[in-house]
Write a protein that binds this ligand. Structure first.
Ligand code: NDP
Length: 333
């Protein structure tokens, strides 16, 4: 039985951002139609909380349906090392006999699919003319989010802020060359978001880096960095002022510190969540009502996104002879 092993470089080549955005939009609509199984992910924390291992299983309907699992370690302290903060593999199986099909690098899939989902949310929620972009953070997600934003809106100004200014400078130098755009480095988060109409928070911060009082009317905010109940990037006012959408309601109610802190403070309740992104895409919930609305997409990351990205990559790899076939699993021995 051949299982295809696909490494990170191959993933990046097989999943350009423009394709990833469409693959994510399809997967989220499948989820919204109820043709998916998506349990909450178990997360196992190490005793000292230096890192965690997340296990993300899912089934995704379609022709053909697939099932699989992303197993991913999350070590925020890796920022100052050569290692990605998210490492692991996405394992795909077919659903007739449960045969494993592929094992795919999870760092690359996570980097690309997360930003692609943000792209889908931004396309659905931001004003058509939103083009003044602020990115808080300068790591892996900042890089892919810039690519996603350039794909979905006519970006005319880009500002970046990062906790370590030197990292913001490196980001600006590298990414401005990659995309042939100008990127301004700003010393404070407030300065970066001042007047911006697109804001992406992509940090490992545990306390707010974005305050509601800084957000301009009409802005769209993508809150991506925090995916645990005890960490948040947005303060209470930022959430309370916004029309809020999530990738998955059940996940938000269990995992989204950005939502759960304001909820615990009594500033919002569950009805503050307007709906899931997939519901918005299939027209089950309404999006932005007025140009002056502040819209907020809270991303946590879903296993169906990893599966859909993985299967797309797998098919392209087969078609273009990419990857390494390994004899693994299959018939009885
Ligand atoms: P990186 O390690 O590549 O970058 C981390 C970024 O966070 C850096 O810009 C760093 O700033 C900044 N940062 C770290 N600690 C703080 C702090 N206390 N205050 C302010 N900024 C801080 O990580 P990634 O880009 O891969 O991931 C960023 C976040 O996104 C993580 O929290 C990750 O878990 C989350 N994530 C969410 C996903 C989702 O689906 N929603 C998927 C994948 C990741 P500097 O370098 O300047 O010090």
């Amino acid at each position: 039985m051949n299982v295809l092993v696909i490494n990170g470089m191959e993933v990046a080549a097989l999943l350009p951002m423009s394709d990833a955005i469409e693959v994510m939009a399809d997967a989220l609509q499948t989820l919204a139609r109820g043709d998916a199984i998506l349990p909450l992910r178990p997360v196992m924390w190490l005793p000292d909380r230096i890192g965690a291992l997340g296990m993300m299983p899912a089934y995704l309907g379609g022709e053909p349906s697939i099932m699989g699992l992303k197993v991913v370690s999350v070590f925020p302290g890796n920022r100052d090392t050569p290692y990605d903060s998210h490492q692991g593999a996405v394992m795909l199986f077919e659903t007739n006999h449960g045969r494993p099909l592929a094992i795919i690098d999870a760092s690359a899939i996570t980097a690309i699919r997360t930003a692609a989902v943000t792209g889908v949310a931004t396309r659905a929620l931001a004003r058509e003319d939103a083009g003044d972009l602020a990115i808080l953070g300068s790591g892996v997600q900042a890089q892919t989010h810039l690519a996603a934003m350039l794909n979905v809106r006519p970006i005319r100004r880009i500002r970046v802020w990062s906790r370590t200014e030197e990292n913001a400078r490196e980001f600006a130098a590298r990414e401005s060359e990659r995309h042939t755009v100008e990127i301004e480095v700003v010393e404070t988060a407030q300065g970066a978001v001042d007047g911006a109409d697109l804001i992406c928070t992509v940090t490992s911060a545990t306390a707010p880096v974005l305050k509601g009082e800084w957000i301009a009317e009409g802005a769209h905010v993508n809150a991506v960095g925090s995916s645990v109940p005890f960490a948040r990037e947005l303060d209470t006012q930022a959430v309370a002022r916004s029309r809020m959408y999530v990738d998955r309601r059940e996940s938000a109610l269990h995992e989204a510190g950005d939502f759960l802190f304001p909820k615990r403070e009594g500033a919002v309740d569950d009805s503050h969540i307007q709906g899931e992104l997939g519901d918005l895409l299939i027209g089950r919930v309404e999006g932005r009502q007025r140009p002056s609305d502040i819209t907020l997409f809270k991303s946590l990351g879903l296993a169906v996104e990893d599966l859909a990205a993985g299967y797309h990559i797998y098919l392209k790899a087969l078609a273009t002879n990419v990857g390494t076939a390994v004899d693994l699993g299959g018939a009885r021995v």
